[in-house]
Design a protein around this ligand. Structure first.
Ligand code: NDP
Ligand code: GDR
Length: 340
């Protein structure tokens, strides 16, 4: 039986990956930060996971800022694979807490790699790299060969983690891979990321709990996929003969405005737009009611305007492809929030 350690197990991807690995017969261990309130809702359903073969789901307290703790965990668990998903993952917030973001997102990866080198260099390592690395558009679509130009403390920290992963692969022969994942969403997406903010906001508006949705840059374009599809690619990368880096994306891009239109349409509301920039509003075509407005506080000091990934390498080498379409994703998230 294989054993895996997942950092960031309480997050969106951690919860889907834990499920996937348990279904594949792994013994799964998750690293969880201590928190003053309970934040395990995404993995509570796995708590009592236990099979006759002794397979189980186990949680351990730890933090990517605590190197001693990481080494101790590796000694104790003896994992075959480590998936490093833990991060301060909010791009906008990284401008407010750049040093903390860098410590966790950049040095956290280094600490885990050093622990692997010390404890057992045969442990395979997955690093959650991001399409945010591309930042200021250099080329479209973006592939493994596209130059990086990070546009936030989050992305700059992830750039370090990307390169230190490659360096440990080359210097110490570790089986270490970067998954350069484009945005992926789900009903388990954090509520402050734009897709989930839209689908929870819509549900609240329909239930009379919120007047309108206040957003930032409606023109930003993202290549949005389904998180459940993307964790499969993480696993596939660690099952290959050679460690390599892969772009995981759908190959389609949409504006935030389009996401809003489709989400509201799913609930039977046709949106019309009026005004421009900070004065733009999304209006209910039937009633004239203002449902969406714009506030500068949700803009970033420097924005990533356009992300569109080319997943050809992952398709050819891993045999991976996205199963959930953009429309199905929006549908899934709207339904989940409306009927929660
Ligand atoms: P989430 O924000 O949902 O989850 C982040 C996880 O990291 C949480 O479990 C969080 O714990 C944990 N974490 C934060 N700080 C620390 C720390 N100091 N030590 C240990 N764990 C910590 O993110 P996602 O699941 O969406 O993303 C997973 C990873 O993939 C992240 O690294 C993200 O940057 C990256 N990524 C995500 C993409 C996406 O579109 N979702 C695309 C590309 C990359 P807690 O619950 O305590 O906050
Ligand atoms: P992103 O995701 O920054 O791409 O990072 P997010 O959903 O936060 O923003 C996407 C785009 O929407 C615009 N936007 C808003 N964003 C938020 N959060 N809130 C708003 O009100 C709003 N209005 C417009 C943003 O400006 C942006 O252009 C996500 C994270 O999961 C990262 O960890 C990951 O690395 C990347 O995706 C790939």
């Amino acid at each position: 039986m294989k054993r895996a350690l997942i950092t960031g197990v309480t997050g969106q991807d951690g919860s889907y990956l834990a499920e996937l690995l348990l279904n594949k017969g792994y013994e799964v261990h998750g690293l969880m930060r201590r928190n003053s309130s309970i934040h395990t809702e995404r993995i509570d359903h796995l708590e009592n996971y236990q099979t006759d073969e002794g397979q189980s789901f186990n949680l351990h307290y730890g933090d990517l800022s605590d190197p001693g703790g990481l080494s101790k965990l590796l000694y104790k668990i003896e994992p075959d694979e480590v998936y490093n998903l833990g991060a301060q993952s909010h791009v906008r917030v990284s401008f407010d807490i750049p040093e903390f973001t860098s410590d966790v997102n950049a040095l956290g990866a280094l600490r885990m790699l050093e622990s692997i080198r010390d404890v057992n260099p045969r442990i395979k390592f997955y690093q959650a790299s991001s399409s945010e690395l591309y930042g200021l558009v250099q080329e479209v679509p973006q592939s493994e060969r596209t130059p990086f130009y990070p546009r936030s403390p989050y992305a700059a920290a992830k750039l370090y983690a990307y390169w230190i992963t490659i360096n440990y692969r080359e210097a110490y022969d570790l089986f270490a891979c970067n998954g350069i994942l484009f945005n992926h969403e789900s009903p388990r997406r954090g509520k402050t990321f734009v897709t989930r903010k839209i689908t929870t906001g819509l549900a609240n508006i329909l239930q009379g709990k919120q007047d309108q949705l206040v957003l930032g840059n409606l023109d930003a374009k993202r290549d949005w996929g389904f998180a459940g599809d993307y964790v499969e690619a993480m696993w596939l990368m660690l099952q290959q003969k050679e460690p390599e880096d892969y772009v995981i994306a759908t190959g389609e891009t949409h504006t935030v405005r389009e996401f809003c239109e489709l989400a509201f349409q799913t609930a039977g509301i046709k949106l019309l737009w009026r005004g421009k920039g900070l004065d733009e509003q999304g209006i209910d075509a039937e009633t004239g009611r203002v449902l969406i407005s714009v506030d500068s506080k949700y803009f970033r000091p420097s924005e990533v305007d356009l992300l569109l990934g080319d997943p050809a390498k992952a398709m050819n080498k891993l045999g991976w492809k996205p199963k959930v379409s953009f429309k199905e994703l929006v549908d899934m998230m709207v339904k989940s929030d409306r009927f929660a």
